[in-house]
Design a protein around this ligand. Structure first.
Ligand SMILES: NC(=O)c1ccc[n+]([C@@H]2O[C@H](COP(=O)([O-])OP(=O)(O)OC[C@H]3O[C@@H](n4cnc5c(N)ncnc54)[C@H](O)[C@@H]3O)[C@@H](O)[C@H]2O)c1
Length: 282
C-alpha cells in the first residue's frame, strides 16, 4: 500500500522510540497521523514534530490495554482525520531481568495487557472498519526478535511469551485477511535505541501506576548502541509499501532463529527414532 497524503495512520506507543519513528516516516510521506501514547505529553510532543513535517496530527492519551478506550479512540481518530488505512499496534513494555517465578501477578497483567491485548484491541477496533470500506489498508504489529527465540542471557521469558503471541496473531490475521486488500506485517527488531528500559514510567494506574523497574536498567545499556528508531520507522513504511510480511531489522540475528529451528528439528529427529516399529512403517 502506498503511504501518501490522504492516508491516515494510527500509531500506538508513538510518544517515543519506534512508534515515534513510524509516525515521522509516515508523516514524511504526507500521511496524517494519530499519535497515541499513554503518556499524553509525549504524544503531544511527537504530534508537533509530525506537524513540523507538514502533515496533520492528532495527539491522544491512550492506554492500549483498555479495550473500550481503543474503540473510542478509533471513532475519534476517524472523525478528526478520516478513515484509518495504516494501523500500527506498536505500544509495548519490557519485562526483562526477573525470573518467571518471581514476576508479580499485576506485572503479568501489565505485560500481557499491553503487549498482547493492546494488539488484539487494535485489531478489534480498526479491522472491522477497514473491512467495511475495503482496502487498500495495512496492519503492522510490533513484535520483536524475541518473538522468535527466547534470549538465554537476559531473563526475557515473559516478554518473549507476549511477542510470540504477537507473531501468531499476525500470522493468523494475514491468513484471514488474504484477498481483502488489507495487508499485514509483523515487525521484529533486535536492539533499537529507545526508552524501553524506562517502561515502568508508563505502567497504568490500575496496575499500580508509574514505577522504577530497576530490573530493566541493564536493557538501557544493551540498546544504547542499537539502531536509530527513525531508521526502523523508515524501514516499516518501506515494508508496508512493498507488502512484506516479516520485517526483520537486524540481519545478524538470523543465526539465532536458525539455531532455534535446528533444535526444533532435532526434536522431530528424536520423535522419528522413538516411533514404535508399526507407526514408523506407515
Ligand atoms: N527497543 C528495542 O530494542 C525493541 C526491540 C524489539 C521490539 N521492541 C518493541 O518495540 C515497541 C516500541 O518500543 P520502544 O522500544 O520504542 O520503547 P519506548 O518505551 O521508547 O516506546 C514505547 C512507548 O509506548 C508507550 N506505552 C507504554 N505502555 C502503553 C500503553 N499501555 N498504552 C499506550 N502506550 C503505551 C510508552 O509511553 C512509550 O512512549 C514495543 O512493542 C517493544 O516491545 C523494541
Amino acid at each position: 500500500m502506498k503511504i501518501e497524503r490522504g492516508c491516515t495512520a494510527y500509531v500506538s506507543g508513538a510518544g517515543s522510540g519506534i512508534g515515534r519513528g513510524i509516525a515521522l516516516a509516515a508523516a514524511a510521506r504526507g500521511a496524517s497521523v494519530a499519535v497515541c501514547d499513554i503518556r499524553a505529553e509525549a504524544a503531544e510532543a511527537v504530534a508537533e514534530e509530525v506537524r513540523g513535517l507538514g502533515a496533520q496530527a492528532l495527539a491522544m492519551a491512550l492506554d492500549v490495554s483498555d479495550a473500550a478506550a481503543v474503540q473510542a479512540a478509533a471513532a475519534r481518530i476517524e472523525e478528526a482525520l478520516g478513515p484509518v488505512s495504516l494501523v500500527c499496534n506498536n505500544a509495548g513494555v519490557a519485562m526483562h531481568g526477573v525470573p518467571l517465578h518471581e514476576i508479580e501477578l499485576p506485572d503479568w497483567d501489565w505485560v500481557i495487557g499491553v503487549n498482547v491485548m493492546g494488539v488484539v484491541h487494535g485489531i478489534r477496533a480498526f479491522v472491522p472498519r477497514m473491512l467495511a470500506r475495503g482496502g487498500p489498508a495495512h496492519v503492522v504489529n510490533t513484535a520483536s526478535i524475541g518473538g522468535f527465540q527466547v534470549n538465554p542471557d537476559f531473563l526475557t521469558g515473559a516478554y518473549s511469551m507476549t511477542k510470540y503471541a504477537v507473531v501468531a496473531l499476525s500470522e493468523g490475521l494475514e491468513q484471514e485477511l488474504s484477498g481483502s486488500g488489507i495487508g499485514v506485517s509483523v515487525l521484529a527488531p533486535a536492539a533499537v535505541a529507545t526508552g524501553i528500559h524506562l517502561s515502568g514510567r508508563a505502567r497504568p494506574e490500575r496496575l499500580g501506576g508509574a514505577t522504577e523497574r530497576a530490573a530493566n536498567h541493564f536493557v538501557g545499556d544493551l540498546i544504547h548502541d542499537g539502531a536509530a528508531p527513525e531508521e526502523i520507522g523508515e524501514q516499516v513504511v518501506r515494508a508496508v509499501e512493498e507488502g512484506s510480511f516479516y520485517i526483520f531489522t537486524h540481519p545478524e540475528t538470523r543465526k539465532w532463529i536458525e539455531a532455534r529451528h535446528r533444535r526444533i528439528e532435532g526434536g522431530f529427529d528424536a520423535a522419528e527414532r522413538m516411533q514404535p516399529p508399526a507407526r514408523a512403517a506407515e
